[in-house]
Design a protein around this ligand. Structure first.
Ligand SMILES: NC(=O)c1ccc[n+]([C@@H]2O[C@H](COP(=O)([O-])OP(=O)(O)OC[C@H]3O[C@@H](n4cnc5c(N)ncnc54)[C@H](O)[C@@H]3O)[C@@H](O)[C@H]2O)c1
Ligand SMILES: O=C(O)C(=O)C[C@]1(C(=O)O)C=C[C@@H](O)C=C1
Length: 369
């Protein structure tokens, strides 16, 4: 990275925006400004040390930015591109996004983004069923593929600059065209989310008739349906943005299911075993993503009013209940009257007790999971 100070704007400070922000903060020459339509994620992000400054005014967030990451749900990324066309921006700004779909976003960017602005579509292939900035981590994208979809006319030096910046996420940057991305990711990510939710809804219906379904749902059901706990609003937008590839995959899926049904109807043991064997061979051959092992965090982040005695009050409360702490740190990134206190507890159990106690005394307490 060059030594020059740069400003990054993150538009949508949730799971992915927060994780990008945390990765960018690895470089002390980078200042991260967060924008969100809601104040709450900005407050949390400041408390958690995810951003240096936060605003609910888009123009304020983007004015100084050298790179803008659009990290809202995909329909909102499309809408934001529209707003950006009327905004005051840095002359060499790069606008990129992290949306799970690409063709519609890239098309919108070509239509509305002024020529002086470079737009490069992006999608990190890592995430979680959790949402919100509390779940953000500077290691979320580590070793994951990060797809960039530059349009044919995009200046290569800008793609290079963004790629260099993204090295802070420790993801592996690759390039492909937006349509190929939507086809492939439709099959390996979007459609599996549809299937997981459809299966859960099916079983939920059975469970109304017979409550043993939920109780007996063990490893298999839980493994295949974890992603049904994902953010419904995000996935609504993904399906609306990637309709054509998904409808084609759904047709292929219907055919694949019919083939299995036929094997079962015919009572064909070899065919059924071959079906499972073929799937197992491909599944077992998937390249492993060696995600960094995340040590358990016993940290709580607390908003504290900036007046003397506040830290003493908190440590007295914890001490009175024999809750052991191993570290205290004041984070000085906040730009308003509140400070952010990070407390590291001796154990997970003590952290949970501390959390309950401080909430009881009306403190705003957050965890970074
Ligand atoms: N969750 C994943 O696993 C994953 C992985 C890769 C990419 N993505 C993509 O990342 C984007 C964000 O997903 P997430 O999981 O971080 O969601 P999230 O719900 O954790 O965060 C989204 C944030 O965007 C904010 N927001 C909503 N509308 C906005 C607007 N118009 N302008 C600015 N902010 C707005 C919300 O208030 C929220 O804080 C989506 O486009 C999603 O497709 C998600
Ligand atoms: O791990 C999960 O929970 C995810 O759903 C992550 C996942 C995926 O399907 O793999 C979800 C959406 C993305 O855009 C990229 C990654």
């Amino acid at each position: 990275m060059e030594m020059k100070k740069i400003t990054i704007a993150v538009i949508g400070v949730g799971l992915i925006g927060g994780s990008i922000a945390l990765s960018m903060r690895r470089d002390p020459n980078i200042r991260v400004v967060g924008y969100d339509v809601r104040q709450e994620p900005l407050d949390k992000a400041l408390t958690l040390g995810v951003i240096h400054a936060g605003t609910t005014d888009l123009q304020t967030a983007v004015r100084e930015a050298n790179v803008i990451f659009l990290a809202a749900p995909v329909e909102q990324i499309v809408a934001t591109l529209q707003h950006l066309q009327d905004m005051e921006l840095q002359p060499d700004v790069i606008v990129t996004d992290v949306g799970s779909t690409k063709a519609g976003i890239v098309r919108q960017a070509v239509e509305v983004i002024p020529e002086r602005v470079t737009f490069i579509g992006g999608h990190p292939m890592a995430g979680s069923h959790k949402s919100g900035v509390e779940a953000a981590s500077d290691r979320l994208l580590e070793n994951a593929y990060y797809v960039l979809t530059p349009a044919p006319g995009t200046p290569p030096e800008k793609v290079e600059r963004l790629t260099e910046l993204l090295s802070l996420t420790r993801a592996k940057v690759v390039q492909m065209d937006a349509d190929t991305h939507d086809q492939v990711v439709g099959a390996v990510s979007h459609f599996p989310h549809v299937l997981a939710s459809a299966l859960v809804n099916l079983v939920a219906g059975y469970d109304e008739e017979n409550g043993w379904h939920a109780r007996l749902a063990a490893g298999g059901f839980r493994d295949i349906t974890r992603i049904a706990s994902s953010n419904p609003r995000m996935w609504r937008d993904v399906l609306l943005q990637n309709r054509e590839p998904l409808l084609k995959i759904a047709k292929d899926w219907t055919k694949a299911l019919e083939d299995v049904i036929e094997l079962v109807e015919e009572g064909d043991p070899e065919g059924i075993e071959r079906f499972f064997q073929t799937a197992r061979d491909f599944r077992d051959g998937l390249p492993e993503r060696k995600a960094g092992a995340l040590p358990p965090l016993n940290d709580l982040y607390i908003d504290i009013p900036d007046h003397p005695g506040e830290i003493g009050r908190i440590t007295t409360l914890l001490g009175a209940k024999q809750i052991n702490i191993t570290n205290l740190q004041i984070r000085e990134t906040r730009e308003d009257i509140y400070g952010a206190l990070r407390i590291t507890f001796h154990s997970q159990e003590e952290m949970e007790k501390g959390e309950e106690l401080l909430r009881f005394f009306d403190y705003n307490v957050y965890r970074r999971s």
